[in-house]
Design a protein around this ligand. Structure first.
Ligand code: M6R
Length: 615
């Protein structure tokens, strides 16, 4: 969604803010803006439609002096992308400037009230209502900015992370959070940094405070960080050390973050398993399973809630847990689960999967599960995000910051964590033989090396990609563990190349989608060697018989499928349940190269945002 950056200190704010916006651009990128209190004491607001580079161009001849500023990159919710609707928004008198991430649900009611007081509005955003409300409350009651924010937020319904500059108090920023992330960086020299996530802060300080819902923070130069709630009670957010290297935030010679992140996967999975699988590669230790053994081992049912790619990882998790642990698993779209009045038992375990840890629907599903008394377990990548803080326990996937909007390494990290979790629970429940457990743990440790082999197919896939750029529709087929791989492959293609694609269980195709198949329709089949291999060959023949163009992902040594397929991509063999970790790689690469051939902005596909913090 939108990205927030702020700085107040002794350095020039503008370059820090612009660099921060560039790091956050993956969150939203239809317009951007910056507010600065200049050396001359003016509150300057500059905004531009488009990317951060457009804002920079716009600011070239502007006064960008000043050591206090806030900046924003927007993903439009209320009002089209335009410089008027972009943030920051001025208050009516021009004294305040405010940036906002989230949605103010009662903004129309508040706006009508403010208009009746004669307050003018320039934009159609919900955000402008906030800044006008705060200034109205402040001026009509002679309050400080902090007091006015507290009074105003009492009237607000919705989700927000906000930051406000006050021209009359150039040495402070007031910010607040409710259901939308906000991190404060504490610089060694008393400077404060502010951002929606730690990535813009990491190069300046490793000491951060993650604000909690309801927190209002005052970043006052020369003073300690002050955090209160809307009733002015002191709050104490945890101060943590973050461990994000600059290299993780940059492209490292790759043309796009997505390609870098695809190639990082072997290293990421080693990181994910490090310290959890012992050096003899025969035992997994997850502290969450040790600490909450009883809840997990005696679960009557497991419900997985997630969205998008994380939901696909959940479908693989279901198969792993059901087959290894013999616990029934349901996989739910968080957005459906939260509004469906689902049956949740107190002895259910709800696993919430999210790369960002900030997805609004997944957070709401967690809240619902908690209220019903279920035990809630998080699988998350972003350290310190809302989901790990709102779940009883969980496992980080530890794959490092994922910047490309299309999720790649987070997906394989999630599947790896779910594999380790399923193996741990199965071992504790005694639903897996000891020798089988050891064999599987060992095989899991071999996956990164097998991924490296799969990545050697990159050049072949790059050569194939131009063939598919003409396509208007593509079909992805798989069965068993490879069905979610087909769904994920289709999602990747849709997201970044804008070619319509469907993932389908291969056998289900004949119940409808087969009608679509003709010689114009590329069909990607994941046909690795598993217990459904012969069945998948039959499905391939069904496609072939209707003139479909088949590209098959096969296991090394396969001699059958090349007889029926137009193209084959050969992958190393592994256990059936770990096949998604390998088979996803060529599909990620295929989507990437097709999108590049079509000249698309792979890291910032249109209309999407990395972290969907609104429902
Ligand atoms: O951060 P989350 O894992 O909760 O995000 C869920 C989805 O928004 C996300 O996976 C989305 O589908 C990605 N763009 C997929 O590439």
């Amino acid at each position: 969604m939108c990205g927030i950056v702020g700085y107040i200190g002794h350095k020039k704010a503008y370059p820090i803010l612009v660099k921060g916006l560039q790091r956050l651009e993956y969150r939203g990128y239809d317009s951007a803006g910056v507010a600065l209190i200049s050396d001359g004491g003016h509150l300057n607001v500059y905004k531009a439609k488009g990317k951060v580079a457009d804002l920079e161009a716009y600011c070239e001849d502007k006064d960008t002096t000043g050591c206090a500023g806030i900046a924003h990159t927007r993903w439009a919710t209320h009002g089209e992308p335009s410089s008027t609707n972009a943030h920051p928004h001025y208050s009516a008198s021009g004294r305040l400037a405010l940036i906002h991430n989230g949605i103010i649900e009662n903004y129309l009611t508040l706006k009508e009230k403010l208009i009746s007081f004669g307050i003018p509005f320039k934009s159609v955003t919900d955000t402008e209502v906030l800044v006008q409300l705060i200034e109205h409350v402040m001026l009509s009651n002679s309050l400080t900015l902090l007091e006015a924010v507290q009074v105003a937020l009492h009237q607000v319904i919705g989700a927000y992370a906000i930051a406000i500059l006050d021209r009359e108090h150039p040495d402070g920023i007031v910010c607040a959070r409710q259901s939308s992330p906000l991190v404060v960086g504490l610089g060694a020299d008393g400077d404060f940094y502010l951002a929606s996530d730690a990535s813009p802060i990491a190069e300046y300080t490793d000491t951060v405070a993650y604000l909690n819902d309801g927190d209002i923070a005052v970043l006052q130069l020369g003073q300690e960080l002050k955090v209160v709630n809307i009733d002015n009670e002191a709050q104490h957010p945890k101060v943590k050390q973050i461990d994000v290297t600059l290299g993780q935030l940059e492209k490292g010679g790759y043309p796009f973050f997505m390609l870098k992140e695809i190639f990082e996967q072997p290293a990421c999975l080693r990181d994910c398993m490090r310290g959890r699988i012992n050096v003899d590669a025969d035992r997994i230790t997850l502290s969450a399973v040790i600490d909450y053994r009883e809840c997990l081992v005696s679960a009557r049912r497991i419900v997985i809630v997630a969205c998008g790619t994380s939901w696909h990882a959940g479908l693989i998790g279901k198969q792993l847990i059901e087959s290894l642990c013999r616990i029934p698993v349901e996989v739910e779209y968080a957005s459906e689960f939260r509004y469906r009045d689902p049956v949740i038992y107190p002895d259910d375990v709800v696993i919430a999967i999210s790369q960002s840890g900030e997805t609004a629907d997944t957070l709401a599903a967690i809240e619902l599960a908690r209220q019903a008394g279920a035990f809630v377990f998080g699988v998350c990548n972003a350290i310190g995000a809302s989901i790990p803080r709102q779940t009883q326990t969980g496992v980080y996937i530890h794959v490092g910051p994922e910047i490309g909007v299309a999720s790649t390494k987070a997906f394989t990290g999630q599947v790896t964590v779910l594999s380790m979790l399923a193996l741990c629970i199965a071992h504790e429940r005694g639903t897996i033989r000891d020798d089988q457990y050891r064999e599987m743990v060992r095989e899991l440790t071999l996956i990164p090396a097998k991924m490296e082999e799969a990545l050697l197919r990159n050049e072949q896939i790059e050569r194939l990609a131009p063939i598919f750029t003409y396509a208007r529709n593509c079909l992805y087929l798989g069965r068993g563990y490879n069905y979610p791989v087909a769904l994920e492959g289709a999602l990747k293609l849709k997201e970044i190349s804008y070619i319509h694609a469907e993932g389908y269980p291969a056998a289900e195709m004949k119940h409808g989608p087969i009608a679509l198949i003709d010689s114009e329709m590329p069909v990607f089949v994941i046909a690795t060697r598993d217990h459904l291999y012969d069945k998948v060959i039959s499905n391939i023949q069904e496609v072939r018989a209707r003139g479909g163009r088949i590209t098959a992902i096969v296991t090394e040594g396969d001699t059958q499928i090349q007889k029926f397929a137009d193209h084959i991509i050969v992958l190393p063999d592994t256990f059936e349940c770990f096949q998604p970790l390998i088979a996803s790689i060529p599909l990620q690469l295929l989507a990437y190269h097709i999108a590049v051939c079509k000249g698309k902005d792979v890291d910032r596909p249109r209309n999407l945002a990395k972290s969907v913090t609104v429902e």
